[in-house]
Design a protein around this ligand. Structure first.
Ligand SMILES: *[C@@H]1O[C@H](CO)[C@@H](O)[C@H](O)[C@H]1NC(C)=O
Ligand SMILES: *[C@@H]1O[C@H](CO)[C@@H](O)[C@H](O)[C@H]1NC(C)=O
Ligand SMILES: *[C@@H]1O[C@H](CO)[C@@H](O)[C@H](O)[C@H]1NC(C)=O
Ligand SMILES: *[C@@H]1O[C@H](CO)[C@@H](O)[C@H](O)[C@H]1NC(C)=O
Ligand SMILES: *[C@@H]1O[C@H](CO)[C@@H](O)[C@H](O)[C@H]1NC(C)=O
Ligand SMILES: *[C@@H]1O[C@H](CO)[C@@H](O)[C@H](O)[C@H]1NC(C)=O
Ligand SMILES: *[C@@H]1O[C@H](CO)[C@@H](O)[C@H](O)[C@H]1NC(C)=O
Ligand SMILES: *[C@@H]1O[C@H](CO)[C@@H](O)[C@H](O)[C@H]1NC(C)=O
Ligand SMILES: *[C@@H]1O[C@H](CO)[C@@H](O)[C@H](O)[C@H]1NC(C)=O
Ligand SMILES: *[C@@H]1O[C@H](CO)[C@@H](O)[C@H](O)[C@H]1NC(C)=O
Length: 579
């Protein structure tokens, strides 16, 4: 009986419903287990333990000290963070921001609990932040939760760090000399900044800096949570009030140095677990929900600017394809610079020899309106090319070329007087820097996203819809020469019904995933995993990182009632629908 339940052929919703038991639901995001050394000595320390109830503006703040039993601080071969959370009741998904020594090192969000309870564990590779872990400092987890009538779910969290000793086979991990935050620098809250407007901070680098690599964190929230469903202002008036927000669907995260664009990111659209149809995101969350993707830029072309040792204005903003480039409130952004200094303490010299960068992407908005349809397409292309020659104090010359070639397209089909809303989006790009001709930062990506929502049975007190999602994260990335890159091919197809009703929300769904990971060290991991109606129906893992112990895992069904309301594009609500 049990084996049959887990094969595709014998699956039946009715059969599973009969077996549904009151057990804790094990939620997870499909992801590779961190590629850490095996058979080396490890040291695990608890970083924090905290239950987040009413926790708005009340983050967990702890002091960290490096372990001493796994080699000298910073000599480790790898570092991971292990975050385990339980919750029961009803609650929205919440954003979680981990800030360490004023640097954001992980942005996560929470799966929504059930009354029987949920648990999840995510283990994140944070080896690239070793220079931070090598020193004592302040660690902050901000997870703004709120308890209210009908929202009683608290998030009970535990965070461990595991340090892997270095050995001959697994040497000390590559790392920068210095990590510099591009953050609010607060010691009492998470250090991400809310934009708009633009966020800027003065940054001073050592005069013997020879290489600089940036990492960006960015996510849309509030009226920007479903930024990819926002409609160009030009066509907003053609839609009934309340259908969606304006400012269009194109978003570009920019990093500027002294007002000059240094690089940009076309972000991946992370759908949070309360997004559109919460029922399809349990127990398998949408991709990225537990570990939001970050973006990597080579800032080495700006070394000639920074090498004067004076403060420089580094800015982050998020802009749209609208004429005035404005967006709605809000995006949370932060960043960090991984800095390499020369062996010589003599100052670095050099010049930016070519700067071919426009302040904004080239965009085009077209649309057609008629017969109950509003179809709008926004397209964008972005080309960046910066060249510099950098001479280190010890006399080495580095000719750096930094190029980004990005494309974006989003078509929104509002059909049948907005009863049907379809989004067809894709962002693709090739990003490459070369140092004396050697590829250094690489980011080749393709993020197709298709969402269809069909509304039916709209009454004054309830609203039902059927939604489908087809979303991929295909990315080959090398963040910096000393950070392990990866190639990920991931596709998630999910679909289901949802009813928002004053009598209680109900929903159901299926969620099918194919995932493949490979890295330059030869590690591989593949997972094909399907869920239907809260239960894992198929799970195959393979590759060098597929640990026997984690194979297979079959979370059980759980009480799916008391779902907080689905969050819909445009803040749409039952009984307040457009028309
Ligand atoms: C999913 O919900 C829809 C709409 O309520 C319903 O018609 C369908 O039978 C449900 N499917 C399952 C397998 O429960
Ligand atoms: C993470 O924590 C969970 C819960 O304590 C534990 O089962 C798991 O083994 C830990 N994993 C790692 C890699 O530390
Ligand atoms: C935060 O703490 C650091 C280290 O103690 C200190 O240098 C910095 O001034 C503090 N920031 C603020 C805003 O107080
Ligand atoms: C940066 O420093 C300059 C002068 O030192 C100051 O005028 C400016 O306000 C500072 N900018 C920021 C963003 O702190
Ligand atoms: C820093 O640069 C940004 C972007 O050009 C600009 O908006 C801001 O005013 C600058 N800040 C300072 C203090 O010069
Ligand atoms: C940008 O344009 C929109 C639409 O025309 C307008 O509503 C908004 O006020 C403008 N924002 C700014 C900052 O100019
Ligand atoms: C909108 O797009 C749909 C789907 O492609 C098409 O059937 C319809 O004719 C279009 N309507 C308009 C007004 O362009
Ligand atoms: C979703 O909508 C798009 C555009 O209207 C259409 O091409 C596609 O077939 C639809 N997909 C599904 C599963 O309905
Ligand atoms: C729904 O609301 C409309 C407008 O407020 C009202 O005329 C109608 O009677 C309501 N229908 C029901 C079934 O309550
Ligand atoms: C997921 O796979 C199951 C079993 O093959 C299938 O019935 C279901 O329609 C699939 N769901 C989606 C959204 O493709």
């Amino acid at each position: 009986m049990l084996t049959g339940m887990f094969s595709r052929a014998l699956f039946s919703g009715a059969l599973l419903a009969a077996f549904a038991t009151a057990q804790v639901l094990v939620d997870f995001q499909v992801a590779e287990p961190p590629p850490v050394p095996t058979n080396v000595q490890t040291c695990t320390t608890m970083i924090l333990e905290r239950t987040f109830g009413n926790s708005y503006g009340d983050p967990e703040i702890v002091q960290y000290t490096p372990p001493t039993d796994c080699g000298a601080a910073g000599s480790w071969s790898a570092v991971t963070l292990n975050f385990t959370v339980t919750s029961n009741g009803a609650q929205y998904d919440r954003l979680g921001v981990f800030t360490f020594q004023n640097v954001e090192i992980w942005r996560t969000s929470t799966p929504e609990p059930t009354y029987d309870g949920i648990i999840w564990t995510y283990t994140k590779d944070v080896t690239r932040y070793t220079p931070l872990f090598a020193k004592p400092g302040t660690f902050i987890l901000e997870l703004d939760n709120e308890l209210a009538t009908g929202l009683n779910g608290q998030y009970a969290t535990t965070l461990y760090a595991t340090f892997y000793s270095a050995t001959e086979e697994y040497p000390t991990a590559g790392q920068s000399d210095l990590i510099i935050p591009i953050s609010t620098m607060s010691n009492t809250s998470a250090d991400d900044a809310s934009v708009p407007p633009i966020f800027s901070i003065n940054v001073t680098l050592p005069t013997n800096t020879v290489e600089v690599y940036a990492e960006l964190y960015a996510s849309g929230n509030g009226d920007e949570e479903f930024w990819y469903t926002n409609t160009a202002d030009e066509y907003l008036g053609d839609l009934p009030a309340g259908t969606t927000y304006g400012s269009g669907p194109f978003r570009e995260v920019r990093m500027l140095v002294d007002g000059q664009v240094a690089g940009v990111a076309f972000p991946y659209a992370v759908i949070f677990t309360g997004g559109i149809n919460p029922s399809v995101w349990r127990p398998i969350t949408s991709y990225g929900a537990l570990d939001l993707p970050t973006y990597f830029l080579d800032l080495t072309p700006f070394v000639p600017v920074f090498a004067d040792g004076l403060p420089h204005n580094v800015s982050l903003d998020v802009v749209s394809a609208e004429t005035n480039h404005t967006i709605n409130a809000n995006w949370y952004v932060s960043g960090l610079l991984q800095v390499i200094t020369d062996t010589s303490s003599e100052p670095t010299t050099g010049t930016i020899t070519s700067y071919e960068v426009q302040p904004y992407a080239v965009t085009q908005t077209t649309g057609s309106v008629g017969g109950g349809d509003v179809n709008v397409t926004v397209m964008a292309t972005r080309q960046i090319r910066i060249e510099s020659t950098i001479v280190s104090g010890s006399g080495k010359e580095n000719k750096v070329v930094w190029e980004q070639n990005l494309e974006y397209s989003n078509t929104q089909y509002y059909l049948d007087n907005t009863y049907v809303q379809n989004i067809v989006q894709t962002a693709t790009g090739s990003v490459l820097s070369t140092h004396n001709g050697v590829p250094t930062v690489v980011d080749n990506f393709e993020y197709p996203l298709n969402i269809n929502v069909t509304y039916y049975d709209i009454t004054n007190t309830s609203e039902s819809f059927y939604s489908t999602f087809d979303h991929s994260y295909n990315r080959q990335v090398v963040p910096a020469p000393f950070i392990l890159g990866s190639t990920i091919t991931e596709r998630q197809q999910a679909a289901g019904y949802f009813t928002i009703s004053t009598a209680g929300n109900t929903g159901n769904g299926t969620n099918n995933n194919t995932f493949a990971y490979a890295d330059p060290k030869g590690n591989t991991y593949n997972r094909d995993v399907d869920a239907a109606y809260n239960v894992i129906t198929y799970d195959q893992q393979s590759g060098s990182l597929a640990a026997e112990s984690s194979l297979p895992q079959f979370p059980w069904a759980s009480n799916a009632q008391n779902i907080p309301t689905a969050r819909l594009p445009g803040g749409r609500q039952a009984g307040k629908q457009p028309n």
